[in-house]
Design a protein around this ligand. Structure first.
Ligand code: FUL
Length: 479
């Protein structure tokens, strides 16, 4: 009889014992959170933008829409060369101007008579989107499209019917070329051939994207998935919130560039920034800019100020009138790749040979220890207990190690929390501050003068318990 009573008690204590050994509980989510498609986009860093169309042949940036479609006639178009170049450059995808403001479609759309079909190229039998999407599949890059709602050619632009025309063109693009990772909506809203402006049905355009490409992120000043960073010079900023009060924004909104640049702390929606900029002064190819490809130093700077400041980098490389990525641009892209390889191939914080270990004053317990921040796995993270919104994490090396950069990533599926941080290195037995910053978000890279040290420490303040998915330490080459 006694035994029968004792058994459940024993079982209960065993279960309680197991629970005690189990994982601690995860922190509560904080504020607006990223969707699955946004999280996927956050794993990218760097991809190509291509501006290509009649402007490439007329030396213009904004075609009027009345240029003869026959001018579009690349002599040796080779989309495989573009994608091969981008892949070698370390890029993960491509976004092409399927239709720019002049209205010219790079595919033979049934809803326009201003397309590749009306051009001289391949006697009107060509399809640039087909060639590019095929090349992307071959080389394993993601394929994305820019479609300008502003259309300076379409006779129906400026009428209600045009919104349906645009949706039909969008549908063609989203259903004919396989997976699309990003749809880029330009907000420009000028006059069409009849002198009228269009009232765009953006919610309807987004619905078409969701229906046919549910995994694609939609870009505009107001997302709904990723936002313009507020400038075309190629920079995000040291303070960069992935959240924004989406209700106060719409595509093409002017005068709010500062909010777009920094985001808004506590904003109602997850709407992270994408930095778009061109490798040359123009978006389209102009022969007289062949010698104005941005310097390596400028591109490295752009990279740190975008990928290193909570954004992804969409770098424009205009295909030239031969239909090729120009030699000068290709060479510069490879120089940038060589620099990045040199700089980021060896993460000193997770280098077994250096005997690197992590140490923090406290963590929530099992499953959230500080080692999770240096294990190279973005799915695991160091988290502080509830009520502890500040903390410090230290990386120690076995021997003196030269360091000059640190990469930090919050565990963003639970929201963005960090408001500020400082980086210190141990020098002659004393902590010395070498850098400080504000937000971290998805990714923050901070550079500082090179120091030889046994340990690097990061002090963090947040709005909720810290959730740090990644801490990497580097000794990047001098520039
Ligand atoms: C702008 C356009 O007007 C430019 O021509 C270019 O396409 C740039 C990326 O977006 O709004």
């Amino acid at each position: 009889m006694q035994r029968i009573v004792r058994l459940p008690l024993l079982l209960l204590s065993f279960v309680l014992f197991l629970a005690g050994c189990g994982e601690a509980s995860a922190p509560e989510p904080f504020g607006a959170l990223p969707s699955a498609r946004q999280q996927e986009w956050h794993t990218m860093q760097y991809y190509a933008f291509i501006h290509f169309g009649p402007n490439t042949f007329t030396d213009m940036e904004w075609g009027h829409g009345d240029e003869n479609p026959e001018v579009f006639n690349p002599s040796e178009l080779d989309a495989r060369q573009w994608v091969r170049t981008f892949k070698e450059a370390g890029m993960q995808g491509v976004v092409i101007t399927a239709k720019h403001h002049d209205g010219f479609a790079l595919w033979p759309s049934a809803f326009s008579d201003y397309t590749v079909r009306e051009s001289e190229w391949k006697d009107g039998q060509g399809d640039v989107l087909r060639e590019l999407s095929d090349a992307c599949k071959e080389y394993g890059l993601k394929f994305g499209v820019y479609l300008s709602p502003w259309d300076r050619n379409h006779p129906q632009y400026g009428t209600d019917e045009y919104n349906d025309v645009f949706k039909s063109m969008l549908t063609e693009v989203l259903t004919s070329y396989g997976d699309v990772f990003e749809v880029w909506f330009d907000g420009a809203n000028g006059e069409g051939p009849n002198g009228k402006k269009q009232v765009y049905d953006f919610p309807g355009f987004a619905e078409v994207v969701r229906t046919h490409q549910p995994g694609a992120v939609i870009f505009s000043d107001a997302g709904p998935d990723i936002r313009w960073v507020g400038n075309e010079q190629g920079y995000s900023d040291t303070t960069s919130w992935s959240t924004l009060n989406i209700e106060d924004f719409y595509p093409g909104i002017g005068g709010k560039n500062d909010e777009l640049l920094h985001g808004q702390q506590g904003g109602s929606a997850w709407l992270p920034p994408e930095v778009d900029t061109s490798i040359r002064p123009g978006w389209f190819y102009h022969k007289d800019q062949d010698d104005q490809v941005k310097s390596l130093d400028r591109l490295i700077d752009t990279w740190y100020r975008s990928v290193g400041m909570n954004a992804n980098l969409l770098l424009n490389i205009p295909v030239d009138s031969r239909g090729l990525v120009h030699e000068n641009d290709a060479a510069r892209l490879l120089e940038l790749k060589a620099y990045l390889d040199d700089a980021f191939d060896t993460n000193l914080a997770n280098n077994v040979e250096m005997g690197a270990t992590a140490d923090a004053g406290s963590s929530r317990g099992r499953g959230f220890e500080e080692e999770r921040a240096i294990d190279g796995d973005l799915e695991t993270y160091w988290a502080t207990p509830d009520g502890e919104n500040s903390g410090a994490i230290t990386v120690q090396f076995d021997e003196l190690t030269e360091v000059n950069a640190i990469l930090l990533q919050e565990y963003i599926p639970l929201g963005q929390r960090v408001t500020d941080f400082t980086v210190q290195v141990m020098k002659d037995g004393l902590w010395q501050e070498v850098a400080s910053g504000t937000t971290i978000g998805n990714r923050r890279i901070v550079q500082f003068p090179r120091e030889s040290t046994l340990s690097v420490s990061v002090k963090i303040n947040a709005l909720a318990p810290i959730t740090l998915a990644n801490l990497e330490v580097y000794n990047t080459p001098d520039r």
